[in-house]
Design a protein around this ligand. Structure first.
Ligand code: SAH
Length: 225
């Protein structure tokens, strides 16, 4: 972990963006059922408040989704934790593809867990902001691209794991095609109000699909913005 800048007073323990506040968030995640110590430790360290607008920073460690502009949201901490945990549960992937960079928070969590993360975002302004955060935090193992993520990142495929952070009507065939044979994909699927988190991974006789519970994500849209 890169230590937080000592110029940031919040990192020294005062206020709503302090380490103590983050510790409380992580205690809440553990109570809610997140078990993986690697995920809990990364989320204990990573400053979520740097991924949202300053005006909302005091709410950064509440277990809630928050607006990040362009009608999009940073996912709720519990969901970030749950998806990260599900993605690395059976085998730690080396190279991960994320669709829907958004604020960059989920991507940053993954970058602290695995060797290399590739992330695709369709809204250029969000991607610009996320890249700035990655630089500020010294996260050098992230490659990002402005594109329609439903197409994946064919030049870099196959991936050991793929995580989709916006909900499509069904699993995208292009993404499944870019998953390594023993890889793991986690994605929300379904229309608003009826979305479910799915995990696809290698079983004994080919791929198996598991339902991980009800979720609420912004829609996976076509094209770029
Ligand atoms: N992982 C993000 C969640 C952001 S919300 C975070 O931690 O903040 C989902 C994001 O998916 C939005 O930024 C939205 O613009 C993006 N998105 C939706 N459809 C997309 C597509 N087809 N390709 C790439 N990104 C997409």
């Amino acid at each position: 972990m890169t230590p937080l800048s000592s110029r940031d007073p919040a990192s020294r323990g005062l206020g709503m963006t302090s380490q103590r506040t983050r510790d409380r968030m992580v205690a809440g995640l553990a109570e809610a059922g997140i078990r993986d110590p690697r995920v809990l430790e990364v989320m204990r360290q990573l400053p979520r408040h740097l991924f949202i607008d300053e005006a909302l920073a005091s709410r950064a460690y509440e277990n809630t989704a928050l607006p990040i502009g362009q009608g999009q949201t940073i996912s709720q901490p519990y969901i970030v934790a749950r998806m990260s945990e599900a993605l690395i549960e059976h085998k730690l992937p080396r190279r991960v593809l994320e669709i829907g960079t958004g604020s960059g928070y989920q991507c940053a969590v993954l970058a602290r867990l695995v060797e290399q993360v590739y992330t695709v975002e369709r809204i250029e302004e969000l991607l610009r902001n996320a890249r700035r955060r990655f630089r500020k935090l010294g996260l050098g193992n992230i490659r990002s691209r402005h594109d329609d993520g439903r197409l994946g990142w064919p030049e870099e495929a196959p991936f050991d794991a793929i995580i989709v952070t916006a909900a499509g009507a069904a699993l995208e065939p292009e993404l499944l095609a870019q998953l390594a044979p023993d890889g793991c994909l986690v994605a929300p699927v379904g229309p608003a109000g009826q979305q479910e988190l799915l995990r696809v991974r290698a079983g004994e006789d080919g791929r198996i699909s598991e339902r991980l519970g009800a979720v609420s994500f912004v829609p996976l849209l076509g094209g770029t913005g």
